[in-house]
Design a protein around this ligand. Structure first.
Ligand SMILES: Oc1ncnc2cn[nH]c12
Ligand SMILES: [Mg+2]
Length: 185
């Protein structure tokens, strides 16, 4: 296991099984429709790539990149849209795909923003959910795993841009993100 990791939280096999289940559920729910899947860069890319290949309905893909406004966004959730959708979503069935929902602030802002564009429907799918961190109530329609309040990386999730490529979802050692190495006092 990677030296910066405390432990594996979810193995790649468990992820793959759950992603297949989510794909079957979403395919059933949208049978007969075409779905626009909107991935939130960068964390959702790996999850989205696996998820859409488990769908048995017509799919189009689009992406958004957002960035929080630092401390102010901690309370308001107001984010800056760094990369907007290429598609006009008016009248479309849209599914936002996220890697993780914790405070829910960013996702709630995104949901409100996309709703103003007139989609026929808008649902949310997340791989991970940290309900203990929630600051605003946001409905998640498809939920991969509910996890404890631990900092996790892998399968798209990062710390400081690193670890997204790891195949499992792992708990990061505290000293990696607290800036202290072994033996520091
Ligand atoms: O545990 C986590 N790992 C990586 N990114 C985020 C964001 N919120 N929570 C996270
Ligand atoms: Mg995300």
């Amino acid at each position: 296991m990677h030296g910066d990791m405390e432990r594996v939280l979810i193995t790649e096999e468990e992820i793959a099984r759950r992603v297949r289940e989510l794909g079957e559920e979403i395919s059933r729910d949208y049978a007969g429709k075409e779905l626009l899947v909107v991935g939130i860069l960068k964390g959702a890319v790996i999850f989205m790539a696996d998820l859409v290949r488990c769908l048995t309905i017509p799919v189009r893909l689009d992406f958004m990149a957002v960035s929080s406004y630092g401390a102010s966004s901690e309370s308001s959730g107001v984010v800056r849209i760094l990369k907007d959708l290429e598609q006009n979503i008016e009248g479309l069935d849209v599914l936002i795909v996220e890697d993780i929902v914790d405070t829910g602030l960013t996702l709630n802002y995104l949901r409100e923003n996309l709703l103003t564009r007139g989609p026929a429907s808008l649902k949310i799918c997340t791989l991970l959910d940290k309900p203990s961190r929630r600051k605003v109530d946001v409905q998640v329609d498809y939920n991969g795993f509910v996890i404890p309040d631990e900092f996790v990386v892998g399968y798209g999730l990062d710390y400081d841009g690193r670890y997204r490529h790891l195949r499992d979802i792992l708990v990061l050692k505290r000293e990696v993100y607290s800036g202290k190495k072994e033996g520091d006092n």
